[in-house]
Design a protein around this ligand. Sequence first.
Ligand SMILES: *Cc1c(COP(=O)(O)O)cnc(C)c1O
Length: 382
Amino acid sequence: MPCDPPPPAEGGGGGPEPVLLTPGPLTTRPETRAAMDRDWGSRDPAFIALTAQVRERLLAIANAGEGFTCVPLQGSGTFAVEAQLGTLVPREGRLLVLVGGAYGRRKVEICRRAGRDHAVLESEETAPPSVAAVAERLAAEPAITDVALVHCETTTGILNPLDDIAAAVSAAGRRLHVDAMSSFGGIPIDLGRVPLASLAASANKCLEGVPGVGFVIARTDHLETCAGNAHAVSLDLHAQWAGLEANGQWRFTPPTQVLAALDAALDALDAEGGVGGRFARYWENCRTLVDGMRGLGFETLLDDAVQAPIIVTFRAPEDPAWDFGGFYDRLSARGFVIYPGKLAQVESFRVGCIGVFRADTMARFIAAAGGVLAEMGVENPA
Ligand SMILES: *Cc1c(COP(=O)(O)O)cnc(C)c1O
């Protein structure tokens, strides 16, 4: 299979469409967007078949066997996470949330609003959670029934040790719910091997679809026990699943075009050689970015050993000529959209490695960033 994601025809060169170097929504293929150019009746057999097909394809990406089901849900990724935790953590349960950034903190807020009993185990933003600390906490607190982990914490771009934490949680007899929003489709996850109760993700990150739909892949035997558990009608994953199983239809208006685009985006994932092929391309993008930016004098927040090939955080230069707004605007005028930082302590900005582009586009970005620094008079970006 050729690894051939075409760079967007006009992006990154001052054309009308910029290259989105963000964690999503991101740069998509023309074929993906073209798949939206028709109307679908939501109760029509053709759309029912499309829904079934996308659910199957998503399960296959995670190598999820018979024991799992995939439940799509309208909305952005947070809707899926809120449905995941609100439905799959029992009302009488207690959730241990592993927090290492903004998306972990958002889960704490979700628990608070849903009235779910929870505990927090916080780690530094620049280091993954300690597997030993998780095991210790589970041993010390028998009331904990479930654990929530962010796979790639997009706040920094850190890759958390999913396999080891899953093993520790499973050994302690608890359920693990993973937020794989910014990794699913770009970093291999093998549910045949890694013991998870559920994972949540969305269409518009590494799957390279358009925004508007998320999904949860869950162990069917657990989901079956969760009727009436959810705190909100629209976020009731059990009811959504029961409806789909009963007649193949969504309970409420489905994002028809978004789902068609996701199906087309999955064709492109297959053509690229699946998750393995995409993972390799993202790593090339990431390597080119990190090497290039270091060449310009920038420093990464994270050590290479914990960096995921999804999004990279750079420390803001201390040079008095530096100003993020100016840097952003000038890059944007050159056709590249970057992302602000989201760190509590350190001033930073982020550049995404995911989306429909290759290392040659990233090299053009580095050249553009070098030009912008010179224009701004930033002499030392460290
Ligand atoms: C993007 C993201 C989400 C969901 O964000 P939305 O803006 O609601 O799509 C959740 N968790 C992580 C780790 C993410 O990267």
